[in-house]
Write a protein that binds this ligand. Structure first.
Ligand SMILES: Cc1cc2nc3c(=O)[nH]c(=O)nc-3n(C[C@H](O)[C@H](O)[C@H](O)COP(=O)(O)OP(=O)(O)OC[C@H]3O[C@@H](n4cnc5c(N)ncnc54)[C@H](O)[C@@H]3O)c2cc1C
Length: 401
């Protein structure tokens, strides 16, 4: 692939960097930048404000077709924007609507569904959550038991979903329910768009170990959903689900965020002395930071390659590069854990101090990032499941389960 940007793309990159640098001056205290911050009580108004400014410029959802409110950007232009946002740890907008549900609707939604949902996503006005996992259906998602029963022009949904990131702020959910109880596993599942204000929906917070509120359980008690809100055919929702999964995994923003963190840590080590010498002179610290820089560049190259293959190969490439996206997801989520862990090692005992302590380095940003990063290799398919996918579809090894 050609790693060099065109002069127009270089100019875009500079515009995005300038925008995010300015926008992040108003960030809430101890902002780390993950979903935990974006959807927190304090962070959500900031997220909405930044995203609405991005939308005004046509930069929030550049890659959607213009007829639905996008700017018609190429995948590579979207990557430049994502990388700039990641570098500044800026709000990236509604990853569930912009990154998952919207692209799925563009490919398989009805014209009515596209017109109803895509423009508000592009304007940053409608936030989405993903209602897939259940207490007994995570990796084994096809085991889900939430039921949808046809009743006239509607379906009536009953069941429990869990780990729904951002369900407490979401306007809509894309969710899965079983429409044919006789058929087991992936057959008999349908894909619905549900207004979160529908009567019968109860959202219960699941508080994380750092005290933040991102996750939720969602209970559906006789929730009436119009049949026109089904995406794809009845009982054929698994194919739509697979498509959304392929859109779910990318990751260039994460690598860019790591680069910014490493730069910040290098500066800290140059300025901080221990036993009369700067930390930057300590061979162990130098070696660890250098190793992180190598790994981050390798991850970035992988993300660029995936975007470039998708750009040149279209929709077909999105399916065939899925195993590479799995590689990027495993690598990126585990690397983020290493960056946060090494930062805490550099800080020594101070690294254990959390937000609110005046002695916490970088206001406790890295310990918060470390705690958040633990979920990164579980969310959107665990590292074990991603490795299975890489083995089957990337390496052609036999499927064993
Ligand atoms: C931070 C975070 C955010 C999330 N956000 C959402 C969300 O917004 N919406 C939503 O619907 N869900 C969400 N989830 C749920 C997530 O998709 C599931 O947690 C994930 O799929 C794993 O399912 P599980 O928790 O039931 O674990 P299990 O599936 O029970 O897995 C337990 C362990 O067994 C391993 N394992 C299971 N099967 C296999 C296998 N076949 N081969 C090898 N190892 C295996 C797993 O890797 C894991 O280590 C989120 C989870 C996290 C942590």
């Amino acid at each position: 692939m050609d790693f060099k940007w065109t002069p127009e793309q270089e100019a875009m990159k500079k515009d995005f960097d300038d925008f995010f640098e300015e926008a992040m001056k108003g960030k809430p205290a101890a902002w780390v930048g993950g979903l935990e911050d974006m959807f927190s009580e304090e962070g959500f108004p900031f997220t909405k404000m930044v995203c609405s400014k991005l939308a005004d410029k046509g930069w929030l959802v550049g890659h959607y077709p213009k007829e639905y409110g996008g700017s018609g950007w190429s995948i590579l232009e979207q990557l430049i924007r994502a990388e700039a946002a990641g570098y500044h740890h800026a709000p990236t907008g509604d990853i569930f609507g912009i990154g998952m549900c919207g692209p799925t609707l563009i490919v398989v939604g009805t014209e009515e569904q596209k017109k109803e949902h895509l423009p508000p996503i592009c304007r940053g006005e409608r936030y989405w959550c993903q209602g897939w996992s259940e207490p007994n259906a995570g990796s084994d998602l096809a085991a889900l038991t939430t039921r949808a029963v046809r009743d006239g022009d509607d379906y009536i949904i009953n069941g429990q979903k869990t780990w729904n990131s951002g369900a407490h702020i979401a306007d809509w959910a894309f969710m899965l329910a079983r429409t044919d109880p006789e058929t087991k596993r992936s057959r008999g599942i349908s894909y619905f768009l549900v207004d979160m204000k529908s009567p019968g929906i109860t959202v219960v917070p699941l508080i994380s170990m750092d005290g933040s509120h991102l996750y939720n359980e969602t209970y559906y008690d006789d929730v009436r959903v119009p049949a026109r809100n089904m995406v794809g055919e009845e009982n054929q929702g698994w194919a739509v689900t697979r498509m959304t999964m392929n859109f779910e995994r990318s990751g260039v923003g994460g690598f860019a965020g790591n680069m910014a963190d490493i730069k910040e840590l290098v500066q800290f080590c140059k300025e901080t002395k221990w036993n009369g010498k700067t930390l930057a002179e300590n061979p162990l610290i130098r070696s660890r930071l250098a190793q992180l820089a190598i790994e981050t560049e390798a991850g970035r190259a992988l993300a660029y390659r995936i975007a470039w293959l998708q750009e040149t190969g279209g929709m077909e490439a999105i399916a065939t590069t899925a195993w590479m996206a799995s590689s990027g997801k495993v690598y990126g989520s585990e690397l983020s854990q290493r960056v946060a862990a090494i930062a805490e090692q550099i800080f020594g005992l101070y690294g254990q101090l959390i937000k609110g302590s005046k002695w916490a380095p970088f206001s406790g940003k890295y310990i918060a990032a470390h705690q958040m990063s633990m979920g990164g290799n579980i969310a959107a398919g665990t590292s074990e499941i991603q490795r299975n996918m890489i083995a089957w579809t990337g390496l052609g090894l036999p499927r064993t389960i």
